[in-house]
Design a protein around this ligand. Sequence first.
Ligand SMILES: CC(C)=CCC/C(C)=C/CC/C(C)=C/C=C/C(C)=C/C=C/C=C(C)/C=C/C=C(C)/C=C/C=C(C)/C=C/CC(C)(C)O
Ligand SMILES: C[S@@+](CC[C@H](N)C(=O)[O-])C[C@H]1O[C@@H](n2cnc3c(N)ncnc32)[C@H](O)[C@@H]1O
Length: 381
Amino acid sequence: MSTVVRHDTSPPISLSDRWRGWRDALLASASFQRWAAAFPLTRPIARRRAAELFDLCAGFVYSQTLAACVQLDLFETLRAGPCEVAALASHAAMSPDAMLSLCEAASALQLLEHRGMARFGLGPLGAALLGNPGIAAMVRHHAALYADLGDPVALLRGQGRERRLAHYWPYALDQSGATLTRDSVASYTALMAASQPMIADIVLAAYPLSGHRCLLDVGGGDGSFLAAAARQAPQLALGLFDLPEVAAIARERLATAGLADRVTIAPGSFYTDPLPTGADVISLIRVVHDHDDDAVTQLLTKVRTVLPENGVLLLGEPMRDTAKGADGVSAYFEIYLRAMGQGRPRSAQRLRELLNLAGFSQVRVLRTRIPLIAGVIVAKS
Ligand SMILES: CC(C)=CCC/C(C)=C/CC/C(C)=C/C=C/C(C)=C/C=C/C=C(C)/C=C/C=C(C)/C=C/C=C(C)/C=C/CC(C)(C)O
Ligand SMILES: C[S@@+](CC[C@H](N)C(=O)[O-])C[C@H]1O[C@@H](n2cnc3c(N)ncnc32)[C@H](O)[C@@H]1O
């Protein structure tokens, strides 16, 4: 066990420090807690705080309950209707007792629902998950993140041994992209494609592209965002810039979607290569939060210089502090990106500062339908 040795024992100085010091001492006192849980007016607060703290202690168990359901395709199986536990158990090669535990846990988490004795159907959250196949893909890939987080302190100290998440995103280990192979980019590109529909819906609803002539999607992955943009704006010419192995996947995927004639694909690294010119709108979707401030400033400057005057930058990604009640998003990406090895979740305010630093003007933060999934900012060159 390690404890911080405090040399500075001077009392708190500001009024707010004093008030918080008093509050913390009260909350940390076992006798205050006993009193607050017993007193009828404070009991609801005590219960709520206890439940919040319990959720933090148990969060990993909740996540792994969800992971087991996803791994066993339980939600897909129950899509057609409720099933007996015995049937689910034999399908999953486990004892009915073990399956009952999983189903009980999942129904306590609203993923499943009791539908009679030893019979379960979808719960409201399990059903919602089916509407966004990207969520199940995210849950599956969490195996790498949670393996790294087995020893969170080692991870934070940079002493994590396996670094499975960094290998999952190999461009975090090789910024030039020169050593990346098709195999090494395939799984993250597939994950991004699976989760892209929910992102594209939100970004394109916040900023419809119907007024534009040509969209360049930088870090565009397999082209799923472009395909959604093409459906929204039939007049739009399309361009995609990504690392060579990813660009090759995009070429195939966009040809299969019948968009080969509308799209120009430029392979390269935005760290070392120039971006193509000609677009009047450039999108960076879930790209900026992957990179540190210096790299982001350089990338944004590069984007601005290839845009015409009054060209538009469209930036979409999860942001800190954008949604009331979505503090979990900040916590999640803070630790996620640390495990990945680079990048930061940023607030809209911080992104505004970086955009101004790169020479953009008229920066606007747009409302999105589900801010927890993505925030949107547009700016003019
Ligand atoms: C029917 C009756 C009786 C009433 C109806 C009541 C009603 C209106 C209910 C609403 C139902 C409804 C519409 C539900 C909708 C639910 C939705 C939209 C849920 C969405 C959930 C999204 C989740 C859980 C998203 C999770 C995202 C994650 C974990 C993202 C991870 C992203 C990563 C790892 C990105 C990595 C990229 C990198 C490396 C950082 O660049
Ligand atoms: C998190 S993914 C987002 C993909 C896509 N925009 C989406 O939202 O589905 C980041 C993308 O940036 C690309 N990328 C990372 N580093 C890059 C670089 N140096 N140059 C070009 N693309 C890069 C990755 O290959 C990947 O496709």
